[in-house]
Design a protein around this ligand. Structure first.
Ligand SMILES: *Cc1c(COP(=O)(O)O)cnc(C)c1O
Length: 228
């Protein structure tokens, strides 16, 4: 079942790329496995999926321990409190939700020497919700320049998590703002290659706007019982 779902999601990605005149190889699928157990991840891996996104740190670390025999890449896509940075630095390959210099500095300091640099995206509050995580768009450039200097981080790009949009055009408009910001940062000389945006409901609009990594949970693993 998970294998069929993965195939359907890949077909959606390919169709969205065709419609947008993009090469499907430009878009990576991150399977969001939060709330699902190691068996679900194992099934997805057996179907060819290697990159997994997790929101809850302790759940993720337990899952990694149960799956240590598989060559998987783990992406932290949940909020990172500054007292939890050590877990992220020690266990994950990527962190998509860096939105403060303090958190970035701690991740860099705490990244174990035997591991490759932590791959990082800055989370941008692209639709401006006052209580949301994410750096305000007008502060993203300054933060990116500081994070790019940190020795044990590799700044890869931006991540967004906008409110659900009413339809394709509304989603597209928001994702285009993120793409414009991404392009502006690249134009300033930052070597970014990752725009992490689009989920089950809006991956087509995100790809149309320029997403290079879609984070998909429900369409692969089914509905979640626990809120997320
Ligand atoms: C849960 C989650 C996803 C996946 O959402 P679906 O709608 O289930 O595809 C993607 N990104 C983040 C940050 C999430 O928390």
């Amino acid at each position: 079942m998970i294998a069929d779902h993965l195939q359907t999601v890949h077909a959606r990605i390919v169709a969205a790329c065709r419609a947008a005149g993009r090469d499907p190889r430009e878009v990576t699928l991150l399977a969001v496995s939060k709330t699902f157990g190691p068996d679900a991840v194992r099934a997805a891996h057996a179907a060819g999926q290697t990159a997994f996104g997790e929101n809850y740190l302790q759940e993720a670390v337990d899952k990694m321990a149960a799956l240590g025999d598989l060559p998987l890449a783990w992406h932290c896509i949940g909020p990172i409190q500054s007292n939890k940075t050590r877990l992220v630095a020690a266990h994950f390959d990527w962190a998509h939700t860096v939105d403060r210099l303090k958190v970035a500095q701690r991740l860099s300091e705490q990244r174990p020497a035997h591991l490759a640099p932590l791959q990082v995206c800055l989370q941008v509050n692209i639709d401006g919700g006052p209580t949301k995580s994410g750096v305000p768009p007008h502060e993203a450039m300054a933060l990116a320049k500081e994070v790019a200097q940190l020795p044990r981080l590799a700044l890869r790009g931006l991540m967004t998590l906008p409110e659900p949009a009413a339809d394709f055009d509304a989603a597209l408009a928001v994702h285009r703002r993120a793409k414009a910001l991404f392009d502006a940062l690249c134009a300033q000389g930052l070597a970014l290659d990752t725009l992490s945006m689009g989920m089950t409901a809006d991956l087509e609009a995100a790809i149309h706007a320029g997403s290079t990594m879609v984070r998909v949970g429900t369409a692969i693993f089914g509905g979640r019982v626990r809120a997320a």
